[in-house]
Design a protein around this ligand. Sequence first.
Ligand SMILES: Nc1nc2c(ncn2[C@@H]2O[C@H](COP(=O)(O)OP(=O)(O)OP(=O)(O)O)[C@@H](O)[C@H]2O)c(=O)[nH]1
Length: 415
Amino acid sequence: MVNDALLKDVEDELGRGPWRLRFANHVEAHFEADTQRQRSRNMVAAGLISALIYSLFLVNDFSFRPDAFTTAVALRAGVMLPVGLSILWWVYRGVSPPVREILMASTVICATVISCVIFASSTAPYSYLDVFSFGLILVVGNIVYPLRFGYALVSSALSILIASAFVVTYDPMPTEAKRLAIFTLLANAVFTLVANYRLERSERLSYLHVLREKLRTGNYLKDNEVLSQLSLTDPLTNLANRRQFDVEFATRWREAVEKNTWIGLMVIDIDHFKAYNDHYGHPQGDDCLRQVANAMRLHSRSADLVVRFGGEEFVVLMAEASPEAAEPAAERIRCCIEALQIANAGLSSGAVVTVSVGVAVLPPAMGMTADDILSHADQALYQAKRLGRNRIWMTNPADDSTEDDATGGSDSAYQ
Ligand SMILES: Nc1nc2c(ncn2[C@@H]2O[C@H](COP(=O)(O)OP(=O)(O)OP(=O)(O)O)[C@@H](O)[C@H]2O)c(=O)[nH]1
């Protein structure tokens, strides 16, 4: 449901005008949440490289304006570096998206101010040439970081204003050079802002496409899961159906062979259900099946698989079931159905719905096939029916002296 709403929002965003950057709030929040961590890391890496190069400009300062070298060292290494590194550390630790952009944009403005102060504090003949390198600061902010477009626009505009103010008031610089420097800076800002806009637009578009595919795939997988769950469930009782039994039985049989543990199977059949159906009608018969199924589910171990095998026949597949454990489990099921006290007036007045249970347990390692245990449980059920119903009959195929184990099937003990 949530994903469906998001998918619709994403498709709406993809249908909007190609010039738009910011998404609607819901999608924008997802975009930031999904990209924030990586974006902060990328910006910090770009910031570290830029800080290194900015500091290396000291070589330049030393070579052509030694009169301002001390100021340059103090400002580049004593101010810009610690301020810049502190901001990068802050961003790396994690801040909200607007704070991240403001902090990173402030490094652009700070670098511009410091570069301006250094060049203006020198009277060396070529100091003003440095102004032509200021465009690199905009390249860092708009392309190397790159800032989000709005922040790039503001930081570029402020940087140009600051640099222009220094250039215009710097007397040693010829007017022609001043004009050219400001024009170069403006052109640089325009080019890098166009590139910045394109970068952000394509990042956002790619994000939308990837998110849409993820959401579609997620829905597809969810639908498949629901379908496969439906194909394994009996719709009337919500118990496992025969198909699920076949899959689960094969797995548990293999596990039992590997671990050399016992496996147990109960086949449970409602007694005189035809009489019930004929008397009360099919819909009430369905209701009775649901009550019986529910009681069996409640009185089975969570590790056991309760299955509606078909009609009024059920199966309980017991993992690691020794004869000692299977007998009381089967008796518990028989008792709980009788305890429901569902009248079966179709049989006789005062009669209630009961079940007969055939139980087979064996260690799979003894060389039988998986189908053998099923047919042994069926034979045990037949025996329970033959002996009067509402009872359990237990067979232990491992005991080859007798086909059926009379201990488990004695009428008096298990009726
Ligand atoms: N209401 C309902 N009845 C079902 C369903 N599936 C099977 N039955 C009925 O279950 C009854 C099974 O009857 P029989 O196989 O003769 O067995 P029985 O009457 O229970 O007798 P015993 O098993 O020998 O005790 C039939 O009347 C079927 O119509 C079902 O999904 N819903």
